[in-house]
Design a protein around this ligand. Structure first.
Ligand SMILES: CC(C)(COP(=O)(O)OP(=O)(O)OC[C@H]1O[C@@H](n2cnc3c(N)ncnc32)[C@H](O)[C@@H]1OP(=O)(O)O)[C@@H](O)C(=O)NCCC(=O)NCCS
Length: 361
């Protein structure tokens, strides 16, 4: 990405985001920055709904402490040109024990002001803060080549590669979908599919266990460096409340075995106000002992039929898959999902990043 404007790093103003003390015109400036960045990545998509974007900033990370820095071009604070943020698990989070030494960071610089040292400046500040919080590691994800080079420069280890895949509704092969649905019923005749928008109270403990197991089985590049996500009923309800606030509808289909066990699931998320053409495919998975009977394909087929019949605004489905997740990729490829973006995840050991930073100064 080429710079188009010279930046004077001595003039920038960095402020910690404080939702209790926001200037009246803060959101307008934030949306201009956010929408410009969104257009850079997704030039053909509609823009995020502003109200939803605000709710996401204010409460988008349940169970985490989140710290954000907002960067203005100068002291007049007319224009936001970058932000950085980091998140660490709260002590009362069910994932705290497994992840307490880890954290998540992200830095985004307006494309006009890249390659002038701002990203490095923000990285340095963030790494110091994360260390102060007692973390030894931090992770980040990036869709950008600039981000990949940037992470490698600071000693980031590539831990995962994902592809954002998209399937356009008009490209769905309905014959295949019907075949998968029929074969699923044939091979697992005693299994029934159920659906819900809010997890039924009677199943919530089992669903949380299922999601925790399935998430833990998501492959990483070397089988290590997993960010463990633990679901508990309280956490699940908190996520549901947050999605409802954002106006998102979460629709899930589960498979139930003859003995009552929930053996698999698939979920989607969509909104009638925030880019309604976009359906976000969430977690899909089948417990190990119930695999090999076409349940994964049946669940996915049933979900596409639901989308076709119930979400008239749907134009495409977006899913993020690890590149080495062979079973899921095989299902998605046959469904016609096509790669749209490549995303890389990096993990930094803070001591290594600090050594690299010291060498540069
Ligand atoms: C990654 C990002 C934050 C870097 O911000 P920046 O202000 O351009 O960073 P810097 O100017 O401090 O660059 C530091 C180094 O990163 C590397 N780098 C950054 N962008 C690069 C590019 N487009 N091509 C090659 N190297 C690049 C270079 O080594 C550069 O040092 P150099 O200019 O002395 O060669 C910015 O490109 C961005 O916002 N990208 C999109 C979001 C993202 O991917 N974030 C990364 C996850 S934290």
């Amino acid at each position: 990405m080429n710079n188009t404007e010279k930046l004077d790093l001595t003039k920038i103003t960095i402020e910690q985001f404080d939702h209790d003390n926001l200037a009246e015109d803060f959101w307008e400036k934030y949306h201009l920055f956010n929408e410009k960045s969104h257009r850079e990545l997704y030039p053909d998509d509609s823009l995020p709904n502003r109200e939803v974007a605000e709710i996401s900033i204010l409460e988008g990370w349940p169970n985490y402490y989140v710290f954000r820095d907002i960067v203005y071009k100068d002291s007049s604070k007319k224009e936001i040109i970058a932000y950085s943020f980091f998140a660490i698990n709260r002590e009362d989070s069910p994932s705290y024990e497994d992840n307490k030494q880890n954290s998540f960071i992200y830095i985004l610089v307006d494309s006009r002001y890249r390659r002038q040292g701002l990203g490095s400046l923000l990285f340095e500040a963030i790494i110091k803060k994360v260390k102060e919080k007692g973390c030894k590691f931090t992770e980040t994800d990036t869709f950008y080549d600039s981000g990949r080079t940037f992470c490698k420069r600071f000693g980031g280890k590539l831990i995962n590669e994902h592809t954002e895949n998209r399937l356009h509704m008009e490209e769905i092969n309905w014959e295949l979908i019907n075949e998968w649905r029929n074969k699923g019923k044939e091979k697992a005749p005693m299994v029934i599919l159920e659906n819900y928008l809010i997890v039924p109270e009677k199943d919530i403990i089992e669903i949380c266990e299922l999601e925790t197991i399935l998430e833990s089985q998501m492959p990483t590049l070397d089988g290590q460096d997993k960010w463990t996500d633990v679901y508990t009923p309280e956490r699940k309800r908190e996520i549901e409340r947050m999605r409802q606030k954002q106006g998102y509808i979460n629709y899930t289909i589960i498979s139930r075995e003859y003995n009552g066990t929930i053996s698999g699931m698939t979920e989607v998320r969509y909104s009638r106000t925030d880019r309604p053409e976009r359906i976000h495919q969430g977690l899909t998975g089948v417990l190990e002992e119930y695999r090999g009977r076409g349940l994964g394909k049946w669940l996915k087929a049933e979900m596409l039929i639901y989308i076709e019949n119930h979400i008239p605004d749907a134009r495409f489905i977006v899913t993020g898959n690890a590149d080495h997740n062979a079973p899921m990729n095989s299902i998605n490829e046959r469904l016609g999902f096509k790669p749209y973006y490549y995303e890389s995840s990096f993990k930094f050991r803070l001591t290594t990043a600090i050594k690299r930073m010291n060498k540069m100064t």
